[in-house]
Design a protein around this ligand. Structure first.
Ligand code: 2AM
Ligand code: CA
Ligand code: CA
Ligand code: CA
Length: 263
């Protein structure tokens, strides 16, 4: 049951590099785009093909593990016992379709619900963010990433999903108002990279496990808090209103939630 995590990391890195090449090749021909729940929730042939490719690779690397994939090619999970790989084959599908940029391939590896390794691959910039407790740090390709500054909410930019702000869910407008400004990138993976790099101090969005699994491992390794909007641990099998924030900004945002202030 003892696993060589360094070897596993090399295998996952090789798998992701190959996945990226395949995605770039498929981008040369017209995409097949379908709606999932509506016109703003898309899936393409590349999302599906890449998930199948990644899961086949994961089965070779770690045959005993369970796999949860957004597009449904993995296992049906009822619990998070044992080793669980969580896969988002294309994060930011709308960006992928409309911009051919600002999307990511993501994998999170958990053991009994505890994050072990995370991978967020910024495909167009060719930067693979990877790390976690099993590697003792976070890297952007070969370069070590250091912990972002612990900024208070008023001292930095906050990432958000558009609908939350428009509908003012969970005091989003008050939070944005208290920050230095809001940014919307349209990909949970790219948003979490920005927090890791200190470009934003946080990110708030309604997310599924495959949207936050990789980022949670990487961010926690850098001392960034990942919780529900109420400061509770995330449920790894359902949707969560996710709050990513530096320690100080998390405290500020939880205070706004508690005070129930509005603009
Ligand atoms: P996806 O592209 O993998 O679906 C867009 O704001 C971000 O939120 C993306 O990271 C997107 O992931 C995620 N997201 C989660 N649920 C979504 C939904 N129902 N529709 C569109 N994007 C969603
Ligand atoms: Ca999707
Ligand atoms: Ca996603
Ligand atoms: Ca996706």
């Amino acid at each position: 049951m003892s696993l060589d995590w360094q070897q596993l990391n090399r295998d996952v890195t090789a798998l992701l590099k190959e996945a990226r090449q395949r995605v770039l090749e498929k981008m040369q021909v017209p995409l097949t785009v379908d709606e999932k729940t509506g016109r703003k929730d898309l899936v393409t042939n590349v999302d599906k093909g890449n998930e199948q490719f990644l899961i086949a690779g994961i089965r070779r690397i770690d045959p005993d593990a369970k796999v949860l994939g957004e597009e449904g090619f993995g296992d049906q999970l009822t619990d998070v016992k044992g080793r669980v790989w969580i896969v988002d084959p294309i994060d930011g599908t709308m960006n992928f379709v409309k911009q051919q940029d600002n999307f990511a391939i993501m994998i999170g590896i958990y053991q009994d619900g505890v994050g072990q390794l995370g991978y967020i691959y910024d495909v167009m910039r060719d930067v693979l963010y990877h790390g976690g407790p099993r590697l003792g740090g976070v890297w952007a390709n070969q370069k070590s990433v250091s912990a972002p500054a612990d900024l208070a909410l008023c001292d930095g930019l906050i990432g958000a999903s558009g609908p939350l702000v428009i509908h003012d869910v969970a005091h989003m407008q008050a939070i944005v108002h208290a920050s230095a400004g809001m940014r919307i990138y349209g990909s949970a993976g790219i948003e979490m990279i920005n927090v890791m790099l200190g470009k934003t101090l946080g990110y708030i969005s309604h997310l599924k496990p495959w949207d936050f699994a990789a980022g949670q491992v990487l961010l926690n390794t850098l001392g960034v808090r990942v919780s529900t909007i109420d400061g509770q641990p995330l449920n790894m099998l359902s949707s969560n209103l996710v709050l990513v924030a530096t320690e100080k900004a998390q405290r500020d945002i939880l205070q706004i939630e508690e005070d129930d202030v509005s603009l």
